[in-house]
Write a protein that binds this ligand. Structure first.
Ligand code: 5GP
Length: 189
């Protein structure tokens, strides 16, 4: 059995990564999402161990010391990390693993896993991105402002990714990502 691929998806807050990933998983049964750990509080409707494993800072730091994370980073004052064992288990079973991680995490993964596929998702325009961020409405005004600042900085990292996909239309963008993944599958088989 071939070892599963590692697919890194990054992009500014509000660009629609969650919706894209949900649709990717619906359309491609060989894909699996690796649920990350975080110290941020759950948003309304978020489920533990489905959206994130919600951890205390102490527990997160303990896991860092134990080497439990493939990568981890601080984003907007909270810690986020990819569980090494979740990724390894799925890849060993031949599943292609999707990570939704920030630009710092992606940099670590590219270094550790040079054959990882990296995809940066952008909005059709800055105006559209800001509208989407506001429409989400799940963050405080302060949180929204700092996420916007981070998003501007994150955009500068787009050229470091192998692929940049514009989320102008969800089905079109999902189709483009599925073609990227299929191309990588063909190269490894
Ligand atoms: P949010 O709080 O909006 O769910 O996520 C904030 C940022 O953290 C997003 O850019 C998201 O991709 C990133 N993120 C989520 N999980 C991880 C992770 O495990 N590692 C890293 N480095 N970033 C993550």
């Amino acid at each position: 059995m071939r070892r599963g691929l590692l697919i890194v998806i990054s992009g500014p807050s509000g660009v629609g990564k969650d919706t894209l990933i949900r649709r990717l998983l619906e359309l491609d049964p060989n894909l699996v999402y690796s649920v990350s750990g975080t110290t941020r509080k759950p948003r309304p409707g978020e489920k533990p161990d489905e959206n994130y494993s919600f951890l205390t800072r102490d527990r997160f730091e303990e896991l860092v010391r134990d080497g439990a994370f493939l990568e981890h980073a601080t984003y907007n004052g909270h810690l986020y990390g990819t569980f090494r064992d979740r990724v390894e288990r799925a890849r060993a079973e031949g599943r292609d693993v999707v990570l939704k991680i920030d630009v710092q995490g992606a940099e670590q993964v590219r270094r550790l896993v040079p054959d990882a596929i990296s995809i940066f998702v952008i909005a059709p325009s800055q105006h559209e991105l800001e509208e989407r961020q506001e429409r989400r409405g799940s963050e405080s005004a302060e949180d929204l402002a700092s996420r916007r600042e981070i998003a501007k900085r994150e955009m500068e990292y787009a050229p470091e990714y192998e692929h940049v996909v514009t989320n102008d239309d969800i089905e079109r963008a999902v189709g483009e990502i599925l073609r990227i993944i299929d191309g990588a599958r063909q190269r490894v088989t």
